[in-house]
Design a protein around this ligand. Structure first.
Ligand code: ABC
Ligand code: CA
Length: 532
């Protein structure tokens, strides 16, 4: 193993990170992008055939040039795909996605220079936005130098191509993961397959562990990174992570790919937060079709709910799409179902994440089709889902601004009798969902009990920008065209921007405080009787 010094020898300095702890991230909303597919440096709209699994030309400069687009939708953090040098020309194509590390001490020249990456970090910080970098430390990727593994049963590699782990001993002995229920296999056997094996780092070895720890500390400092998305967390022993996270020194969001919330929850604390895959499976069950199962969402606690009842919001990253799964619009083209599912990400616990391209209505299926070039959309900002994403980010910001305990108060389900409806309260937001779809012959009704809001409170649904007034007995709300509703007191809207500014109502500070007070108390009661 060679020592690493690459990050310290750089010219341009990235401005300091914005001290991004879990608390800082809890109020953020993240835009996830694949650097190679988001924007080219000179804005050229080159063709990009995803099935070729090769570079399409996106770069860090390209991202800098389109930060208005991201910020304009209300996002204040950007998660970029891995930045280090990858292996190319494999049987599965090139490492354009970044997950096939070959040399973790060299920044991939495919996306620009080290100075370009620093410039991206600076540009984000100047706007008050955060930079999240995706990292892969479970494995490397290389093309084997032997074609058959007999007689040793091991692939061999030109280890000198790997940096800094350039010896066979730096990796676990080869075995592909066969049994995902056997945790030792999951941790010590290899991902990938015979066509492209992913040599699994020997993270039981002290020298490897300490090299990884210094590497992450250096990377975060060199590029003033504010947060790290960590790949394949369940593939490294649990007790590896806390020291690694400490060396990173910023918020860590781990990928634990599972539908099992209990399993996922174990990793909260080892890394700061996990991607909420279990809820993603439920979200797909709930809104993937108009006959979906909404109780998948209400009955199954999320990993955050299992890990802690007190401060759930920064314990998970919540998402509807990512680079590994078919896009939601490949399951259904029904805009009502799409808007319901999109909304869920922004109105509950967890840090919301939106995967680039969803806003442009992209509908790519399984990897690699879900990694389309965004420049082919022209970055149009008047598209329905661009506008919709803006409404959702705005509603969340208004709620955070209006209620100091928005983040720390766990969302709670409000029982509904119609199985095609669910209602989620996270004061001051109240979100009403349905999966009847846009072609339903009749529209469902949600009932909002008395006590959730004070009588006479005017609520605004930011989806439709319409008002309604809460009565002494609560209120019944009927859906329109199968769309969801995201409600907030009109007094919390702003006249000078954000969602539905024309419907903002001026209210005195005292009344405002009392609304929030009632909301918090009611929510606490609800969380006792309903499942969070
Ligand atoms: C390439 C091609 C694909 C081709 C594949 C064989 O090779 O592009 O078309 O099918 C990177 C690239 C991919 C590439 C892979 C493999 O490397 O991005 O394009 O695929 O070379 C992370 C990243 C991901 C990345 C890698 C590898 C890891 O987000 O982008 O992929 O660096 C496992 C890992 C997970 C990993 C994922 C790809 O593989 O755990 O970290 N993601 C079960 C297992 C999961 C497993 C999953 C998929 O299968 O439990 O651990 O994920 O193999 C539910 C169960 C789940 C179950 C699912 C399928 O069903 O609850 O447990 O997941 O019901
Ligand atoms: Ca491993």
């Amino acid at each position: 193993m060679r020592p690493s010094f690459i990050f310290s020898s750089l010219l341009l300095f990235a401005s300091p990170a914005l001290a991004a702890s879990a608390a800082d991230w809890s109020t953020r909303q993240i835009y996830q992008l694949v650097t190679d597919r988001f924007a080219t440096s000179n804005n050229s709209a080159t063709t990009c055939d995803t099935s070729l699994r090769t570079y399409c030309g996106g770069s860090w400069k390209g991202i800098i040039n389109h930060l208005d687009y991201i910020q304009g939708m209300g996002f204040d953090a950007v998660w970029i795909s891995p930045v280090v040098k990858n292996v190319d020309a494999t049987p599965y194509g090139d490492g354009y996605h970044g997950y096939w590390s070959e040399d973790i001490n060299t920044i991939s020249s495919r996306y620009g220079s080290t100075d370009d990456l620093k410039a991206l970090s600076n540009a984000l910080h100047e706007r008050g936005m955060y930079l999240m970098i995706d990292i892969v430390i479970n494995h490397f990727a290389g093309i084997p130098t032997n074609t058959t593994t007999s007689p040793s049963n091991q692939f061999t590699f030109d280890y000198s191509r790997f940096n800094p782990f350039n010896m066979a001993d730096d990796f676990h002995a080869q075995c592909f993961i066969n049994d995902y229920t056997n945790q030792t296999d999951v941790e010590q056997c290899w991902l990938g397959d015979e066509k492209l094996p992913l040599p699994d780092l020997n993270t039981e070895d002290d020298a490897v562990v300490s090299a990884l720890s210094s590497w992450i500390g250096d990377l975060v400092k060199a590029y003033a990174v504010d947060g790290v998305r960590i790949d394949t967390v369940k593939h490294i022993r649990h007790d590896f992570w806390s020291a690694f996270t400490k060396s990173a020194g910023v918020w860590t969001l781990g990928e634990v790919l599972t539908d099992n919330a209990t399993y996922s929850a174990q990793y909260i604390g080892a890394v700061d937060a996990v991607l909420d895959y279990p809820s993603w499976y439920n979200l797909l069950d709930a809104f993937g079709t108009s006959t979906g199962n909404l109780s998948a969402l209400t009955l199954n606690p999320s990993p955050a709910a299992l890990a802690s009842k007190s401060s759930p919001t920064s314990l998970t990253g919540v998402f509807l799409e990512n680079h590994d799964q078919p896009r939601f619009a490949s399951h259904t083209s029904d805009v009502a179902l799409i808007k319901n599912a999109m909304s869920w990400v922004f109105v509950g616990d967890g840090v919301p994440i939106m995967y680039y391209g969803q806003e442009q209505g992209y509908a790519g299926g399984a990897d690699p089709a879900n990694r389309e070039a965004l420049w082919l959309s022209g970055y149009e900002t008047n598209k329905p889902l661009v506008l919709y994403a803006s409404k959702l980010t705005s509603a969340r910001k208004l709620a955070i601004a209006a209620n100091k305990t928005f983040i720390s108060t766990p969302a709670s389900w409000i029982n509904q009798s119609d199985p095609s409806t669910i209602a989620l309260s996270k004061p001051p937001l109240l979100s009403l969902f349905t999966n009847v779809g846009s072609n339903a012959t009749s529209q469902p009704t949600w009932s909002i009990p008395a006590g959730l809001y004070e009588a006479n409170t005017t609520l605004v649904d930011v989806v439709s920008c319409t008002r309604l007034v809460v009565g002494e007995d609560g209120v019944n709300v009927t859906a329109m065209e199968g769309l969801p509703k995201v409600m907030i007191p009109a007094s919390m809207l702003k006249k000078d921007g954000g969602a539905c500014p024309a419907l903002a109502i001026k209210q005195s500070g005292a009344t405002r405080r009392s609304v929030v007070g009632v909301l918090s108390v009611v929510s606490a009661v609800w969380s006792v009787v309903t499942l969070v």
